[in-house]
Design a binder for this molecule. Structure first.
Ligand code: NAP
Length: 293
């Protein structure tokens, strides 16, 4: 019998991209799609392209009829026993005994795709980033708002993404900290950040500063990035415009701090709907199809 992969939340930004992404997998399987009021039948894999409350409600109900659930929301990312996976970094976290797998926050993805290649060479003492996050990262309602004349987000940058917490941080900022620790398997990693929404339609960017445990070897760092799948160091400036529609996480403007040789600064840009969401989901589905279903 043909294997089945269901996309739940087909009408959203990520759902639509997921449909196109799954077509890139060169294995025999059938894709089924589900909207808001559709009944979900037995499936080999269900990909939840839905917001937290929907994933929270749906995931437990699918347990008895779906072998693996891949959730794109943040609902289960920090749940112990639920792997939070970027296949280039921690594919090993997926096993036959992990029926629920979470795909990370898009901004966190850009950060850890730049840190993971350096992990064999350096210890990270401190990481700081400021994000420049695209409108499409906020889902189709925000994109529709952006396209409405007079949108607050047009020609603006808004330093508040997600919910504002009692401690003054936002939920998005804490994802950058806690999800990075889980994916990189560095439980005491220090990450300081501001997350900012900017009036750019697609592709997130981050300005990143990392304090290493020893003087940075810039050539070694560039080589490490270029040897890592789906990461590219660019000698010229790359912007979200060029990153849109691309699979790679682009890094540019690497430089050593003028006073502290252990500190590096660089800029990252990548398609939040692809590597930050649907492409990562597709890579997880491919792993499951190849090894576990
Ligand atoms: N956008 C990104 O860059 C990005 C990156 C990483 C992760 N994510 C995460 O991915 C998830 C989807 O994001 P998005 O940007 O695609 O949001 P979105 O554009 O708002 O799409 C959400 C979709 O969920 C559908 N939905 C709601 N209730 C449903 C139900 N009971 N059954 C099936 N579908 C239902 C909605 O249907 P209607 O069309 O009927 O309203 C909508 O089409 C979110 O958790 C988000 O945090 C997004």
């Amino acid at each position: 019998m043909k294997k089945t992969v269901g996309i739940i939340g087909i009408n959203g930004m990520v759902g639509q991209k997921m449909k196109a992404e799954l077509q890139k997998i060169k294995l025999p399987f059938e894709v089924k799609t589900f909207g808001r009021n559709d009944e979900v039948p037995a499936l080999d894999i269900a990909v939840l392209c839905t917001d937290n409350p929907v994933s929270r409600k749906l995931a437990p109900t699918l347990k008895d009829r779906v072998k693996f659930v891949v959730d794109m929301s943040s609902e289960f990312r920090m749940t112990p026993g639920v792997p939070l996976v970027i296949p280039e970094i921690n594919a090993h976290a997926i096993t036959k005994d992990t029926p629920l797998i979470a795909s990370p926050n898009c901004t966190t993805t850009g950060l850890v795709m730049s840190l993971a290649p350096l992990k064999p060479f350096y210890r990270f003492e401190e990481v700081f980033f400021c994000s420049y996050q695209a409108i499409s990262g906020g889902g189709k309602k925000l994109l529709d708002d952006f396209h409405t004349p007079g949108s607050y987000y047009a020609e603006n940058c808004v330093p508040l993404i997600g919910s504002l917490l009692e401690n003054g941080h936002t939920s998005e900022e804490l994802k950058g900290l806690y999800e990075s620790r889980k994916i990189l398997e560095i439980p005491d990693l220090k990450v300081y950040c501001h997350t900012v929404r900017v009036g750019v339609e697609n592709s997130h960017s981050l300005g990143i500063t990392v304090k290493l445990d020893k003087p940075a070897d810039l050539e070694q760092i560039k080589r490490a990035w270029n040897h890592f799948p789906h990461v590219k160091y660019m000698p010229s400036v790359v912007t979200p415009k060029e990153a849109s529609g691309q699979e790679d996480t682009f890094i540019c403007r690497l430089r050593q701090d003028v006073e502290d040789k252990n500190i590096i600064h660089y800029f990252v840009t990548f398609d939040n709907l692809l590597k930050g969401a649907a492409m990562n989901g597709r890579q997880i589905v491919q792993l499951l199809l190849e090894h576990f279903v």
